[in-house]
Design a protein around this ligand. Structure first.
Ligand SMILES: O=C(O)CCC(=O)C(=O)O
Length: 276
């Protein structure tokens, strides 16, 4: 299935439904809480609230009452080649970056981010009920791994994947994508001296964004995001544990994002078109 380049140019992302091998999705999702309980000292990257690895020993995967955290992230301890685990994603990314040979890595890992059902909030129960007015404040939007780049030169980050390992209903902790941010981020970078490590540039841009999209979907769906797409975590107001991965895929050379530089791919051409 070819990626809809028009949608990618307009909204900075495309969705590939049912893209990941369902057995892998089940194994990694179902293993997540067990890894957290049994191997937190080796495999926990961080949690909110911050906790000692031994605190997870009382977590019972079958009893949500014992899930005392808002979020927890597990390090990647296993990986799977995209060609086998999610071939349509590899094809889509290759189409965007100008060929699979340009990618530095072609795999996904079980680096998983869990968002637990929040406590002390009004819980959403009806299936159609949306996030409503409860959108996150501008300060929680960010770029992943912006590195020290202050301009459009030197970028290797090509696409950010959002890989759903659990079904996510509206209000179920799916991140919010600021779909009209990538062009704004590109234009800010083109001016030079940008700082996307701190909050200021991110917040200023998000305040201007109007196309905010809450990620929802089925386990196995994958969104391919432009690396300049600002996004924010949200509170999980459902009863279901939310599990996703969001690996960045890089090219091994650098991307020609600056207008006038030699674009080799739709990703570069689209980015240049945003700057004009
Ligand atoms: O967990 C999420 O909803 C988003 C995670 C995220 O944005 C990140 O880890 O950078």
């Amino acid at each position: 299935m070819a990626v809809d380049l028009e949608q990618f140019a307009q909204r900075g992302f495309v969705t590939i439904p049912a893209a990941v091998d369902p057995d892998l999705v089940t194994a990694w999702r179902d293993g997540a809480l067990i890894r957290l309980r049994d191997r937190a000292s080796e495999e926990l990257k961080d949690s909110v609230p911050r906790s000692e690895p031994r605190d997870f020993a009382t977590l019972d995967p079958a009893r949500p009452r014992t899930w005392k955290w808002k979020r927890a992230t597990l390090r990647g301890t296993a990986s799977a080649p995209l060609a086998k685990a999610a071939p349509a994603v590899l094809d889509g990314v290759a189409q965007l970056v100008g060929g699979v040979g340009r990618l530095r890595h072609q795999s996904i890992s079980n680096y998983l981010i869990m968002s637990f059902p929040a406590r002390g909030v009004r819980r959403l129960v009806a299936t159609g009920e949306a996030l409503g007015g409860r959108t996150p404040g501008p300060g929680s939007y960010h770029l992943d791994d912006p590195g020290p780049s202050m301009g459009l030169e030197g970028w290797r980050n090509a696409v950010l994947l959002v890989v759903l390992f659990s079904d996510i209903a509206p209000g179920g902790g799916g991140p919010i994508l600021a779909c009209d941010s990538p062009a704004r981020v590109a234009r800010r970078l083109a001016l030079g001296g940008a700082d996307f490590v701190g909050d200021d540039d991110c917040s200023a841009i998000v305040r201007e964004c109007t196309d905010l999209h809450e990620v929802t979907g089925q386990a196995g769906d994958v969104m391919i995001l432009h690396p300049f797409l600002l996004h924010s975590p949200t509170t999980n107001r459902r009863r279901r544990l939310r599990v996703l991965a969001n690996p960045m895929l890089q090219v091994s050379d650098t991307l020609s994002f600056a207008p006038g530089s030699a674009a080799r791919s739709p990703l570069e051409r689209i980015t240049q078109s945003w700057v004009g």
